[in-house]
Design a protein around this ligand. Sequence first.
Ligand code: FES
Length: 264
Amino acid sequence: MSTGTLGGDRAKIARRTIRSDRWWLSPLLTVLGLTAWVTYATVRVFMQKHYWVADYHYLTPFYSPCVSKGCVPDSAEFGRFLPDVWWLPFAALTLPFLLLFRMTCYYYRKAYYRSFWLSPPACAVAEPHKTYSGETRFPLVLQNIHRYFFYAAVVISLVNTLDAVHAFHSPKGFGFGLGNIVLLVNVVMLWIYTASCHSCRHITGGRLKHFSAHPIRYRTWTFVSRLNTRHMELAWITLGTLALTDFYVMAVSAGWINDLRFIN
Ligand code: FES
């Protein structure tokens, strides 16, 4: 019987799988979840409105940093230099890096290989493709540059943190409302997701011969490793917090709801 190595033969089973559980449910939910999120995010980044609440300085993460000439001046802390055209998102400087960070993420790779590419759709279920080269060839070998997008994600998380701090604002000066909690929860979850990245684990504890000689790196690596075991959950939670944060800012900005204010 084959050992199932790259390019090896499959065990001689006529059926596609002999699994009798609902193995198709997980890939199906993944397709639905990712398609819904990408559709929502695409609509929002091209909407070019309802991204900023002037009274409270709430800026949605989908428009941060706002660097288009079309951005409201107060929302553009890093300057407005990109042309204001309908096909260019206001945060076009950073969105591609965020997209590539997620697309090359070890978890999302597994998720979309299984659910969209069916390669394979689940353990012990034959895939429809005749050959399999894994990530050993172009273009999938490029997934290895994930580690560089990690650094970009750290910078963007810092920008989001700055946004959350600047949002403690009201027309009277300092202010605090439900929107602040929404923005803070989102940014904390983004940091936890970013810290749980496999590349972060390697950066903190990789290539060391003796942990005993590097106690601080060992402790950091242990902490990151703990987060790393929850990477899949964090990947989904942050998709949720990002969409909810954006929706909340949109709803307040558009006047559909009022922000619940605790101070000013
Ligand atoms: S492995 Fe998922 S973000 Fe790095």
